[in-house]
Design a protein around this ligand. Structure first.
Ligand code: ADP
Ligand code: ASP
Ligand code: MG
Length: 403
């Protein structure tokens, strides 16, 4: 069998954990399997690098950010290879260049386009464990790129797809995918299985246990994933197309996303084309807009509010300020300390009570709702960031999702 095993930052945070991972990889190797290992940067390395950059130049170019951020993963793979060598097993570490992992050119948010498999296959042929850097790629300018925070999951799935691996295992610091972040909601329930679609909603709405692009890619190429703990041997959660034990739950889980900020452009003219202009300026800069709320026009003007990622707030504000006249705005307001809390579930369309129940739960713990957005499969509210954990627990309880 060809097995791809991905280990996140906490799983390689120190010497003991590195040897723990090395040992688990060697176990599979000794059973005769071909083993490809994808690693993240150790512990909080990436956060540390971001902070270092901020101290030197908060406006550094994204190209240089990627030059910096991609170093974390290279440290991990080299140390892992050294640990595996120390245990007497042939091994080679490879970075994005050496494999040739081609991405789009957009720095800090690049997308994987193509992975050359030749070098990996050659090393596997020679009976080596192959340890590859997650998160990074190279673009058409021969520069290093990164795939966005949490992107190592996507590297692992892409490699599994490219090599037609028999299994793709994502090892992390929790035992699988839960009905809500188990660190926030202590009675969250571990799911045995979850569909790609549900997992995609979870990931897109803030459950960072899997990078959302990794789920998209797994679905597209039919790569079955298992999410499990690197610290024990428990079974984990299988992510796949169809799940057998469809317990037909109305709501499958709760997710929260603190990487969000609200912007409002106030007093714009109440006439056709204004909303188009606002969102067109933003989209041309690659800024994604999420919840949108427009007030009813009064005396010829209206307000448009929307959310963007916190990490895009500064760029969004700059763009709006540059184009105040074109969008006829009198004033711009923003709020940075907000968060989105969402409930996810395919069963909710046909059930009118779901939204009311969620809002009642929030009211019950005194959490104010700033904005609401709904789709067939989710309801999202924007609230004060400080209320996030309280809100998650209340909503999780209201739908009796726990153990
Ligand atoms: P890694 O470094 O292994 O990639 P991450 O920190 O990126 O790990 O993702 C794992 C974390 O995701 C867990 O520690 C947990 O706090 C968080 N998480 C959020 N939502 C969920 C969920 N629904 N199920 C499991 N973990 C979740
Ligand atoms: N090290 C990167 C990050 O922290 C990638 C990853 O962990 O998946 O975002
Ligand atoms: Mg991660």
């Amino acid at each position: 069998m060809l097995i791809v095993k991905k280990f996140g930052g906490s799983s390689v945070a120190d010497k003991e954990r590195i040897f723990n991972v090395a040992t688990r990889c060697i176990e599979d190797y000794n059973k005769g399997h071909q083993v490809v290992v994808v690693l993240s940067a150790m512990g909080k390395t990436t956060d540390g690098l971001l902070e270092k950059a901020r101290q030197i130049n908060p406006n550094a170019s994204k190209r240089e950010m990627d030059m910096l951020l991609s170093t974390g993963e290279q440290v991990s793979v080299a140390l892992m290879a050294m640990a595996i060598q120390a245990l007497g097993v042939p091994v080679v570490s490879l970075n994005a260049w050496q494999v040739a992992m081609h991405t789009t050119s957009r720095y800090t948010h690049a997308k994987l386009k193509r992975i050359d498999t030749e070098r990996i296959y050659n090393e596997l042929e020679m009976r080596k464990i192959v340890v590859i850097t997650g998160f990074q790629g190279i673009n058409k300018y021969d520069d290093l790129t990164t795939l966005g925070r949490g992107g190592s999951d996507t590297t692992a799935v892409a490699i599994a797809a490219a090599l037609h691996a028999d299994s793709c295992e994502i090892y992390t610091d929790v035992e699988g995918v839960y009905t809500a972040d188990p660190r926030v909601v202590p009675n969250a329930r571990k799911m045995k299985e979850v569909t790609y679609d549900e997992m995609l909603d979870f990931a897109s709405l803030g459950a960072k246990v899997l990078h959302n692009r990794s789920v998209e890619m797994a679905k597209k190429y039919g790569v079955q994933l298992v999410v499990r703990s690197s610290l024990n041997r428990s079974e984990g959660t299988i992510v796949k197309e169809e799940v057998r034990t469809m317990e037909k739950m109305l709501i499958s889980g709760v997710a929260a996303d603190k990487n969000t900020a609200r912007l409002s452009v106030m007093g714009v003219k109440d006439e056709p084309g204004i909303a188009f202009r606002v969102f067109n300026y933003l989209s041309r800069k690659g800024i994604n807009v999420d919840i949108i709320l427009q007030s009813v026009g009064r005396e010829g003007t209206k307000d448009i509010s929307f959310t963007v990622a916190k990490t895009d707030l500064k760029d969004a504000l700059d763009i709006i300020h540059e184009n105040m006249d074109a969008i006829t705005a009198k004033k711009v307001e923003y709020e940075e300390h907000v968060a989105k809390v969402s409930i996810i579930g395919a069963g909710m369309t046909s059930n009118p009570g779901v939204a009311a129940k969620m809002f009642e739960a929030l009211f019950g713990v005194g959490v104010n709702i700033k904005m609401i957005s709904t789709s067939e499969i989710r309801i999202t509210v924007l609230i004060d960031e400080a209320d996030t954990e309280r809100a998650m627990r209340a909503v999780h309880d209201a739908f009796a999702l726990g153990d």
